[in-house]
Write a protein that binds this ligand. Sequence first.
Ligand SMILES: Cc1cc2nc3c(=O)[nH]c(=O)nc-3n(C[C@H](O)[C@H](O)[C@H](O)COP(=O)(O)OP(=O)(O)OC[C@H]3O[C@@H](n4cnc5c(N)ncnc54)[C@H](O)[C@@H]3O)c2cc1C
Length: 569
Amino acid sequence: MNYQPCFEDIHFILDDVLRAPAQLQALAPFADTDAALLQQVLHEAGKFVAQEIAPLQQGGDEIGCRFDAGRVTTPPGFRQAYQAFWQAGWPALACAPQDGGQGLPTVLEAVLYEMLSGANHGWTMAPGLLHGAYECIRHHASDELKARYLGKVASGEWLATMCLTEPQAGSDLGLVRTKAVAQKDGSYHISGTKIFISGGEHDLTDNIVHLVLARLPEAPAGPKGLSLFLAPKLLPDGTRNAVHCERIEEKMGLHGSPTCVMRFDEGTGWLVGEPNRGLAAMFVMMNAARLHVGLQGLGLLEAAWQKADAYSRERRQMRAPGPRIHTEPADPIAEHPAMRRILDSQRAWIDGGRVLAYRTALELDLAKHHPDAARREAAQRWCGLVTPVLKAALTEQAFHGASACLQVFGGHGYVREWGIEQIVRDARITMIYEGTNEIQAIDLLVRKVLADGGMGLAALLDDLAQETGGADASLGARCDRLRELTRTLVQAAKRDSTLPYWVADDYLRAVALTLLDWAWTRIEASLAATTPERTARWQAQALRNWVLPEFDMRVQIVLARCSHALELV
Ligand SMILES: Cc1cc2nc3c(=O)[nH]c(=O)nc-3n(C[C@H](O)[C@H](O)[C@H](O)COP(=O)(O)OP(=O)(O)OC[C@H]3O[C@@H](n4cnc5c(N)ncnc54)[C@H](O)[C@@H]3O)c2cc1C
């Protein structure tokens, strides 16, 4: 069974829960974006995903990418599907009209990428990096570079890469050694080795636009000495640049995406942004990519749930407990509480996670276009705080939730035929790339929450409380506990500067669970206002029984460490 886009759920969240059409129509560029337009675009996108991309999932995994003397061949059907994808205008959905884009809201792009990732994570890696590259070139490149590359990247005619990682420089990009030396004609010669580069070489597009972090000769050591360069596979005169793929990695999953070792042998590139400010320019790309990775988690978990749910209705084993009328010698495993619990817990994460992810994409639109400066500031606060939470929490749930869904298949989940083991393998990388989940947790707690004494987070919680009008007492109590926990952490961190690094993961989980609780409060309020028969499908029970109790455990872990620090003299 291939992944199927779940239009009804998506529209319920966009239209009823988030009231996206009304919010978007208040922004000048999206004045015409009504519910009908959103629906039309998403149905077309879903049709493309289901018909063209989902059927390539299994072959992409089993055949994978091939490497031969510097050339990379993607799995059968990948190139044709990509050509159809960009020619239909999908990569340019949310790009600005002046760059050849359709100028539609970011939230549509977010839904598209959730669907694509659910259908085929490996294939989706190729266009996934385009959007950050587009923003990066748009905001930081010279007019000359923009004239040459922006349109092609916006349309997706040329794909892009993000060349950061090196053998000795992973999470710590300050250790990057690749060098860039200025040439008389204004270009630079780039030399060094980059590893793990997604789509570094392939046959999907004729040209590939590499965005490369490198160091100028007199640059200071560490992250403040990094500059960003654009180095294409094919130079403007059509000749091949000195940028070579040395090999592709053999991996646990994601076989449809070539993960390349790239060698730059005095390859020609041009500076993007200012010298030594490369990391700031690259962060534009990395933040967009982080939301996309959270959406990958969401899509993968939905895909795993769809498979497990369908299987659990067909497969019969033993009698389920409780009074019932038996017409068959055994009941569907969906009726066994242990299996129901697995399935419903994943739904709690998927539905709540979807509210949070779409809300974040909407906030990106509000941050750019809202007429009120205070609202733009609140939107930026949301994106800054919630993006690392989404990246870490949704990817962790994708892997662990997909593994739980595999359990629903018993031994049949462990064999290839059903495709669930592929989702588990593919999902594992999402916890690692685009900044590992540990780095996301440190970003949230140290760089964002503690940096302003917890004020930004407190303001975000106030906004949430205001939106729900204090209707839900348990959510209010949870927000209060999170505020209190944050205050305690601020104090304790003054005594023990290592403390935040021990508990950052727990803190991020506590924030994620609070946001999930808020998301479900919104879902329930919208259900109450719409048709009651929908309620049967949208059960908040699993959230309260099986998911939210983790909040108390995480708070206890953080408080125990804080107490220890506060007792230090
Ligand atoms: C399939 C795949 C695709 C990728 N695509 C790209 C790409 O397109 N472009 C690109 O540039 N890179 C890419 N990467 C690289 C990826 O971003 C890195 O693997 C990741 O950033 C982690 O770096 P590392 O592997 O060197 O691990 P390390 O940085 O060595 O980390 C090892 C472990 O230590 C932990 N750790 C490290 N520092 C800290 C700290 N300060 N506090 C707490 N824990 C810490 C990490 O969380 C991790 O668990 C890809 C990797 C893979 C496997």
